[in-house]
Design a binder for this molecule. Structure first.
Ligand code: GDP
Ligand code: CA
Length: 317
């Protein structure tokens, strides 16, 4: 079976890992959000792509959930020397975004290849190959799309990573926009067309799946094959397992529950898989026009991963 997974970072990476563990025979393409890509130290950083690659390769740091295991931080520490001489209007040598020594090699390679004129798609394939990945990894676009966040209290607009990392997603958000998405070309058309099943991973619906959907044509393509699109709710019992998805939903006036997720996805996706903890909301999910499957959706344990993956595959078999 060919499966295309629409991916953010951690939730998506864990899903793809579980999928391959349970059903090693499937052919998987991951189409990954690049709205939270950023440039630091002159380097092009693609956090969600790297999280998917490192996780599937088994190289992710299991505690942090991002970056590489057995990482060292000499380069980061060495930047501190320059903080005393950095002019006040300069953003050189930032230390608020941690980049490990081994991880830097990935950013060096990506940046150098982009500089040589390679597309993000080509470079991502090369990096995935270097990590011997058994899946195809595709950035959602080769074009520049940047997620920007409007802060409720100051009404200022900042880059996603500034919100997410520098402010530790602690500030209330009043609007999320995807700069460049209107004119960006979607890269995953062949992956969507060639797949028997499309999975919307349990990623943040606003800032991880939102940028993919903001590219023109994507929602239409998903809606046209809605019956073979399945989503897994990243919200369990009203909360995100990690990160700001729950707060973001309510700050933007949406329901921070599986019903809020269903309302966002009902037009593009036929089935929503929700956690057993939310079983009492299944009929409210179905009232949005989606089929609802209830199972354990917290990944990481072989028995429950098996049940979740069987539920996902069951949507088309
Ligand atoms: P990021 O880009 O690294 O922030 O990650 P994503 O957008 O892919 O994922 C963040 C979301 O993944 C959070 O809302 C989590 O609740 C969700 N998530 C992480 N692990 C799991 C899991 O095991 N099961 C489910 N259902 N959701 C998960
Ligand atoms: Ca992300």
């Amino acid at each position: 079976m060919n499966i295309t997974v629409l991916c953010g970072g951690v939730g998506a990476a864990r899903f793809v890992k579980a999928l391959l563990a349970v059903e090693p025979g499937v052919t998987v393409s991951a189409v990954v959000n690049t709205g939270d890509d950023t440039e630091l130290h002159g380097l092009h950083i693609s956090p969600d792509i790297d999280t998917v690659i490192y996780t599937v390769a088994g190289a992710i740091d299991p505690e942090r959930g991002w970056g590489l295991r057995d990482e060292s931080w000499t380069a980061m520490r060495s930047l501190e020397r320059y903080s005393q001489v950095r002019p006040s209007d300069s953003s050189a040598a930032p230390t608020w975004f941690n980049l490990g020594d081994q991880d830097l090699a990935t950013h060096f390679y990506r940046t150098a290849r982009l500089g040589e004129g390679a597309s993000l798609c080509e470079v991502t394939a090369e990096i995935a190959q270097a990590w011997s990945l058994p899946i195809k990894v595709v950035p959602m676009t080769n074009d520049r799309v940047r997620t920007r966040v409007r802060l409720r209290d100051s009404d200022s607009v900042i880059d996603f990573q500034e919100y997410f990392v520098k402010h530790r997603h602690s500030l209330a958000v009043s609007e999320v926009t995807f700069e460049g998405a209107e004119s960006a070309a979607f890269v995953g058309n062949a992956e969507l067309e060639g797949s028997d099943l499309v999975v919307i991973a349990p990623s943040n619906p606003i800032v991880s799946i939102g940028p993919i959907r903001a590219i023109s044509g994507v929602d239409e393509r998903l809606a046209a094959r809605r019956d073979s699109v399945v989503a897994i709710s990243p919200i369990i019992a009203g909360a995100a397992l990690k990160g700001p998805a729950d707060r973001m939903l309510s700050e933007l006036g949406l329901k921070s529950s599986v019903v809020g997720v269903a309302e966002l996805y009902a037009s593009i996706c036929g089935t929503l898989i929700i956690d057993s903890a939310d079983a009492d909301l299944a009929s409210a999910v179905e009232a949005t026009g989606m089929r609802c499957i209830v199972t354990n959706t917290i990944m990481g344990k072989p028995e429950s991963d098996h049940a979740l993956i069987q539920a996902v595959l069951g949507v088309v078999s």
